[in-house]
Ligand binder design. Structure first.
Ligand SMILES: NC(=O)c1ccc[n+]([C@@H]2O[C@H](COP(=O)([O-])OP(=O)(O)OC[C@H]3O[C@@H](n4cnc5c(N)ncnc54)[C@H](O)[C@@H]3O)[C@@H](O)[C@H]2O)c1
Length: 492
């Protein structure tokens, strides 16, 4: 019954939005120019209202274009500013209770919790017909990304992943340049980041900490969600969960969906076919390497191979560098030109037959260095012509709310730069890198002379994207999907 009501309501919102000046509760002309009729507003809720959640819900609210009905967070100390900004929104610690209580007046939710809870929360919201904006990486593992992509279609909801650079005009410029044949076919891509910028590659913490006064035991249970239960520790919450596989997705998960996005989009890449990597070691004792399979490594280099695509007719090798390592500076780029833009600590470089195309984070500073010596930069007019260039985070959240009002498969939905049809396969590709890293770190008691561990997963892994399987090392397939804590299994 509730679902039916929700759909009817959404239908009405759509009609009211499409028919300019149409009468619905309060006609817009009565309110005057610049006012949004209550009926034209989406009912929004934020799950994860601290950290990135604050700007996600604020940008989706867009100075009152939409109505923030409820906020959900497990730690009141993290989301104080958001609660103060939206004093009328009802506050919850448990997203399940919030969705149940507000099924009638929530149309869409922003989900900005740590990576390990994106999948389960998004699935719960989508199954109630709510549109979802989910932070990057879309999910914690490849299986969840595939499920979310399929279920968004099944529930006919409008989705967007929070890689806001996707809506940056810089990306559009790179697509145009590539399609005009400026750099020719690309067979080599380098992507690099300064992440991790939090403690990573460190031993599992053993000290005991009391829960912060701002969190209840139930709230900690909700933070853990589908993960393996561990006691609270400040090395997990807030923010530092990134460095532990139980919760986070390491450097790749943090920046991969921003930085692999431009080549994935411009070159229209699909599932990769092969992946291999190398990861940094940790020593807390002379000559004795630490073995910390619970933690993401301090640094890694990952090579991912792609077959030719419909726009790029050659095979492609993409190399990911993290921990602050950068690719070697190419001859074509003048020594005093900073790769990725001045001062940029992250970047992208696509090497083509005729030249090199680079950009920084979020598709910023797109540039081309041609073999004939010419250098191309994005003209200001290109940026200015982009509809939402002046809106916070390139209008990435606003565009999603506009698409929600129009409805599933509408023109605006199809125009979104990171709906799950695109961001699902992108996230799977990013998480392929993590699958390789975790396989590389898979130690087994060895038969070697010194009784050290053997590492059977340190080889090139072959991927069958359609069936979501590594075909030449079965043990790697344990990283396609996680083990879910009882009661937190993802139900499709
Ligand atoms: N797009 C971007 O530029 C960008 C930037 C930062 C973070 N992120 C992404 O946003 C997400 C959050 O990262 P962060 O840096 O804000 O982390 P954070 O730990 O600083 O904040 C997470 C917030 O979610 C709350 N939370 C945790 N579990 C919850 C649950 N089960 N239910 C409700 N609330 C819960 C926390 O209390 C906290 O307020 C991550 O997926 C991250 O990758 C994206």
């Amino acid at each position: 019954m509730k679902k039916r009501d929700l759909l009817n309501r959404r239908d009405l919102i759509k009609k009211a939005t499409l028919a300019t000046g149409s009468f619905f509760i309060v006609p817009r002309h009565v309110l005057g120019k610049g006012f949004t009729a209550p009926s034209d507003r989406l009912g929004l809720a934020a799950i994860g209202a601290g950290g990135k959640g604050r700007s996600d819900i604020t940008n989706a609210w867009h100075e009152g274009a939409n109505n923030v009905v409820a906020l959900c967070d497990v730690d009141v100390s993290q989301c104080k500013a958001t609660v103060e900004k939206f004093p009328k929104a009802k506050f919850y610690a448990d997203f399940r209770k919030m969705l149940e209580d507000h099924n009638d007046d929530i149309d869409a939710v922003t989900i900005s919790t740590p990576d390990h809870t994106h999948g389960i929360i998004a699935m719960a919201a989508m199954s109630l017909g709510k549109h979802v904006y989910v932070q990057k990486p879309l999910t914690h593992n490849i299986y969840e990304s595939r499920m979310l992509t399929e279920q968004a279609r099944k529930y006919k909801i409008v989705s967007q992943m929070g890689n806001q650079g996707a809506s940056n005009p810089g990306q559009q410029q790179m697509i145009e340049w590539f399609n005009e044949g400026k750099i020719g076919s690309v067979n080599k891509v380098d992507v690099w980041t300064d992440r991790p910028v939090w403690p990573q590659g460190i031993p599992v913490p053993k000290e005991k900490f009391a829960l912060p006064a701002t969190m209840t035991k139930e709230a900690w249970d909700l933070f853990i969600g589908p993960a393996v239960m561990v006691d609270y520790h400040p090395l997990y919450h807030p923010f530092k969960w990134r460095g532990w596989w139980n919760f986070g997705t390491g450097a790749l998960g943090d920046m991969g969906c921003h930085l692999i996005d431009p080549p994935f989009r411009v070159l229209q890449l699909g599932y990769p076919t092969e992946v291999q990597c190398s990861v940094g070691q940790v020593f807390t004792e002379d000559w004795v390497p630490e073995y910390i399979p619970e933690g993401c490594p301090p640094s890694s280099r990952v090579e991912i191979r792609f077959p030719p695509s419909s726009v790029n007719p050659v095979e492609l090798k993409m190399t990911w560098h993290d921990g602050g390592l950068r690719p070697f500076h190419p001859d074509l780029v003048p020594a005093d030109d900073f790769l990725g833009g001045q001062g940029s600590t992250n970047g992208v470089m696509m090497t083509g037959e005729k030249g090199i195309m680079t950009c920084g984070t979020y598709g910023l500073n797109p540039q081309i260095y041609l073999k004939n010596g010419d250098k191309l930069m994005m003209p200001e007019s290109f940026k200015a012509n982009n509809h939402h260039a002046e809106v916070s985070e390139y209008g990435h959240q606003l565009l999603w709310t506009e698409a929600c009002k129009e409805g599933f498969n509408g023109v605006k939905h199809k125009g979104l730069t990171s709906s799950f049809d695109y961001s699902g396969p992108l996230t799977e590709t990013v998480l392929m890198g993590n699958l390789a890293i975790r396989s590389y770190m898979l130690g087994k008691k060895g038969n070697n002379q010194r009784g050290r561990l053997d590492f059977p997963g340190r080889k090139k892994l072959r991927w069958d994207g359609a069936s979501m399987r590594i075909t030449n090392f079965d043990e790697a397939n344990q990283f396609v999907k996680r083990d879910y804590r009882r009661g937190w299994e993802i139900k499709v």
